[in-house]
Design a protein around this ligand. Sequence first.
Ligand SMILES: Cc1ncc(COP(=O)(O)O)c(C=O)c1O
Length: 426
Amino acid sequence: MSDKIPGFSTLAIHAGAAPDPATGARATPIYQTTSFVFDDVDHAASLFGLQAFGNIYTRITNPTTAVLEERVAALEGGTAALATASGHSAQLLCFHTMMQPGDNIVAANKLYGGSINQLNHSFKSFGWNVKWADPADIATFEAAIDDRTRAIFIESLANPGGIVVDIEAIAALAKAKGVPLVVDNTMATPYLCRPIEHGADIVLHSLTKFMGGHGNSMGGIIVDGGSFDWSASGNYPLLSQPRPEYQGIVLHETFGNFAFAIACRVLGLRDLGPAISPFNSFLILTGIETLPLRMQRHSDNAKKVALHLSGHDKVNWVSYAALPEDKHHALQQKYMPKGAGAVFTFGVEGGYEAGVNLVSKVELFSHLANIGDTRSLIIHPASTTHRQLTDEQKTVAGAGPDVVRLSVGLEDVDDIIADLDQALSG
Ligand SMILES: Cc1ncc(COP(=O)(O)O)c(C=O)c1O
């Protein structure tokens, strides 16, 4: 191999993988085993003491999952990664590593509805507080940060509204305050946007969506950007103080620029347990091999559909950053110039009833609560994903009564448009 750094498409196929040393198998094998035999007692002791890397038990590491972790770390430009059972469990383990009871997360109010619930309700029972800020107004982040803030949390491209966030501006604030910036990059994927290059410290994904890409496997991942100094403030004791269960080692001191990924694994995943199945790691790895092709086609199809809907007499507005008149277009050109992804919202004439009617009439589109499938998907957030939120939270989150969300698939775009036209005409 030459010294040239491989391009994105090459990494999507090869990063982390090699022919299986035992069998020569070219595709990454599925190591469907719970546990791994030790060479001898000393080997076992060194694995348990974190003095050697290796496999003990699939809750903590697995060779198929390790390839997935290395591949996503390479695609995001991070130092290491930890895969988990779902996007939500990646969020749980990430914040578990940063937070103590009484601490808070300053989060963008434009997030996936499930993340708003997780922060507003479940995380509160751990004593972790949330303070909401508006990603369109950086001053609201600055105002919300206090001496118990341990993380800033945003989505690069916010679900459901097609909102592009000014990552560099928020990263600069995070750096000035000594707080890590955590970016959920699920909707953009590293093909469209690489938040670490714009100053993010940690990147999260629901691998369930575009990374796996085929609507068949749940997964999540935490990517360590390797940039944050976990010891400077003393506010991250899991990383900066001796760990009694590991002979008093200090994780940040021992593991340096990949200490966060290690801490999420050897403290969070070990004790809270949401491990991804090796079979899902295999399916997601296979999906990632075609990520660049799929994301480009998703984005190209979505732009054509958005342009069509913006001229439709049953549609009042379209929120899609790739449209030149969209208020996020300049940020899209800066952060994701190859395209604005598959997902966008529009307002159907006739409000709540018309939204419910549309999702009942589509035939090619599937009415379900997911994004990032090869198939085109549709949902009316106010009656489904966002129904637990108050009316005010729904509107703030971009899920008002007339809002319909599409995840435009990889079918022929003429068929996608024809299906929406027939459903809107009814
Ligand atoms: C942007 C975003 N983040 C996180 C999640 C949670 O991921 P999962 O469903 O894999 O737990 C979702 C799920 O829809 C999402 O859209």
